[in-house]
Design a protein. Structure first.
Length: 131
């Protein structure tokens, strides 16, 4: 396998020109993938989505959903009721992203215990004191 990343000069502000960094910066945070996975079963209201994810704060989930909506992975539909009803759903782009990430999610589930054991067995190198 030979994966190539586009070069970005060190210290430059051109990281956004690198498609890998630009896309993964949004979906690589703590909550975005969990929100996308939760929406894979269909349209959800905000509280259903929050309940599905579990330990995310309301503020953080709202911020995460705004980013996913901005990047075109999620749609937000507001119904003019009292109180307002808001629903979130995956777009075609969001579904195609999940199709690519599904193998990673499966890999994580299959290898979670191995990773946890490796973390438990790891002992960081002892820093060498300067002479």
């Amino acid at each position: 396998m030979s994966l190539k990343l586009p070069p970005v000069p060190p210290g430059s502000c051109h990281a956004s020109l690198c498609p890998v960094r630009d896309v993964l910066d949004c979906i690589g945070d703590r909550w975005s993938l969990l929100a996308l996975v939760a929406l894979s079963d269909g349209t959800l209201r905000f509280t259903q989505l929050k309940r599905s994810i579990g330990d995310v704060s309301q503020r953080m989930l709202a911020q995460t959903l705004r980013g996913l909506e901005r990047d075109g992975y999620v749609t937000r539909t507001v119904y003019p009721t009292v109180p307002p009803k808001v629903e979130y759903a995956l777009t075609d782009l969001g579904r195609s992203l999940l199709g690519m990430i599904e193998p990673l999610i499966g890999w994580a589930a299959d290898n979670h215990e191995r990773v946890r054991r490796a973390r438990g067995a790891y002992s960081p190198p002892v820093p060498i004191a300067p002479l």
